[in-house]
Design a protein around this ligand. Structure first.
Ligand code: NAD
Length: 391
């Protein structure tokens, strides 16, 4: 029997736009029980010629240059937000008011206030909403979650999360939008450490207090549109934090784009009272498990490629590995099921808001040199910048 169509409007069509469009195209071809037949209805950009080309390349029926007009269309079911952080709040709030289901890229917003407005708009409208922290849906991470929930590594003591890249080490690298606070909200903090944080919330529990350290190594860079001129970098290049969790675990987050040789080293190590788990995106099909078992105990590597592992029955025979793009297909699969059920999947906007509060606490801690409780009211010292404080 033909499945019901699900008409998708995607805003933004570059890196994440390509990843999401691929996921929407693939989901029904591999997941037989996907509830809908997704239709790539319309892609939205700002420049007519570019978005027209993207629509043809990515397989969209139509293109448009006004997301406001697209959100007003009755035939759109899902709004998929793949733009920089400064446009997440206006698009998501308008999409909620128009009654659309919303898949929004991370971090949910650029500020706690925007994340709060987005979360309450989605709640008020009763629309299904999700933040695209796709790494939760790498099969090895989903298996780690199952093992932790089953008590296999006991009570968690430590979470060590690293997200290391190296693409801005060169001072000649241009001041792209990710290096502008007004567009991106923050630097490596929101861009990559938000994933580390989301994984810690998923696998360990709620962070309640942080001691943060932010550092900008290169304060000015050539402007992309005119390399002879230079523009200010007003976000962090590196973000670190010591973390206390509500359940008594303690941990450490580090996110940087200044780690030569590390391309997308998204890694965690979790130590519990009975064992440990280690995962690294660059070897995403493997999960390392240590469980104390006498003289032969040692870390062993599970090849998470079997049909009995999460999501993998839909793909290939054991040992036939999957890649980065599959994490988005799994995200879109769970999102579609949630739309069919009318219930938001995790991480939803509420999770995005909680994540945003942790980002904010790290920023405030870095500015004051003090431990900061997550969600604590804004302190007057917030208005003082780091250079004033040091003086
Ligand atoms: N889930 C992940 O692992 C992951 C990875 C990369 C980026 N992201 C997130 O995805 C989002 C987009 O990042 P990206 O890497 O795809 O960026 P990008 O620069 O590659 O693409 C951004 C797209 O948005 C469009 N755009 C920008 N401002 C717009 C506006 N006001 N209205 C309409 N279109 C607009 C641009 O034309 C472009 O098509 C960000 O929130 C980023 O943090 C998530």
């Amino acid at each position: 029997m033909a499945k019901r169509k699900l008409n998708v409007a995607m805003i933004g069509y570059d890196f994440m736009g390509r990843a999401h469009a691929n996921a929407w195209r693939q989901v029904g071809r591999f997941f037989q029980d996907a509830p809908f037949d997704p239709v790539l209805k319309v892609v939205v950009g700002r420049t007519e010629a570019k978005v027209k080309e993207a629509a043809a390349r990515l397989g969209f029926e139509e293109h448009a240059t006004s997301w406001q007009e697209v959100l007003g269309r009755k035939d759109i079911d899902v709004v998929d937000i793949c733009t920089p952080g400064d446009s997440h709040a206006p698009i998501a709030i308008a999409a909620a008011e128009a009654g659309k289901a919303i898949l929004c890229e991370k971090p949910l917003a650029n500020t706690v206030a925007d994340a709060e407005r987005m979360t309450s708009a989605a709640k008020k409208a009763g629309v299904v909403n999700m933040v695209c922290h796709n790494y939760r849906r790498c099969p090895a991470v989903a298996l780690a979650k199952q093992l932790i929930d089953d008590g296999q590594i006991g009570d968690i003591h430590h979470y060590r999360g690293l997200y290391l890249q190296d693409w801005i080490v060169d001072p000649k690298f241009p001041r792209v939008w990710r290096l502008e606070k007004a567009r991106a909200g923050s630097g490596s903090l929101g861009d990559i450490l938000s994933h580390t944080m989301d994984l810690s919330r998923h696998l360990v529990g709620e962070p309640v207090e942080v001691s943060g350290l932010l550092k900008t190594f290169i304060g000015e860079r050539p402007l992309p549109e005119d390399p002879a001129r230079r523009g200010k970098v007003d976000v962090d290049d590196s973000a670190q934090a010591l973390v206390k969790f509500a359940n008594g675990a303690v941990g450490y987050y580090e996110g940087t784009r200044f780690a030569p040789g590390r391309k997308n080293y998204n890694r965690f190590e979790i130590n519990g009272s009975k064992g440990s788990l280690v995962w690294d995106l660059e070897r995403m099909n493997e999960l390392e498990l240590y469980v104390e078992s006498g003289p032969t105990s040692g870390f062993r590597t599970i090849s998470v490629t079997d049909g009995k592992h999460p999501y993998l029955a839909a793909w290939w025979p054991p040992g036939h590995i999957i890649g980065y793009e599959h994490s988005f297909t799994h995200t879109v699969y769970d999102f579609s099921k949630a739309v069919a059920e009318g219930k938001s999947p995790r991480p939803d906007f509420e999770d995005g808001l909680k994540n945003q509060r942790v980002l904010d606490a790290i920023e405030r801690s870095a500015a004051t040199g003090q431990w900061v409780k997550v969600g604590a009211p804004i302190h007057p010292e917030r208005t003082m910048d780091q250079s004033e404080r040091r003086a």
